[in-house]
Design a protein around this ligand. Structure first.
Ligand SMILES: [Zn+2]
Length: 123
């Protein structure tokens, strides 16, 4: 089940670009942290996970609709991803990291994204 989270996806690139524009320094996919988070902001002890709505089961999101065939298969897969996401978040939080989840569908609202990043990382 490892490696389901795909790296360097378009939403992830969008978040990187934005964080860069805001002047935050970050590292990518630090393997020494649980779940090797997509973006790691060491100075603020913040990690950002960019989750695809489908793979990570974004609640109530139209992009997260289960395909009409192999329903059971997809449900199990996505449930497993969600369980792992929750575990990773708990571990990171326990280590003192703030975990910010950005969903694929939230990328387009740049204003909202900027204020979330700013709120998580007061300068
Ligand atoms: Zn979504």
């Amino acid at each position: 089940m490892a490696g389901v989270r795909s790296k360097h996806t378009t939403p992830e690139l969008a978040v990187r670009k934005l964080a860069h524009k805001l002047g935050y320094r970050f590292r990518l996919h630090r393997r020494d942290l649980p779940g090797s988070p997509d973006l790691v902001f060491p100075k603020h002890r913040v990690v950002v996970q960019v989750n695809g709505c489908f793979w990570h089961g974004h609640d109530g999101c139209r992009h997260a609709a289960t395909p009409s065939s192999n329903v059971e298969f997809w449900r199990k897969k996505i449930d497993a991803n969600r369980a792992r996401d929750a575990r990773t978040t708990t571990e990171l939080t326990g280590m003192g990291w703030t975990v910010l989840i950005v969903w694929g569908c939230e990328i387009r609202d740049e204003v909202a994204l900027v204020s979330r990043l700013r709120a998580a990382m007061p300068s």
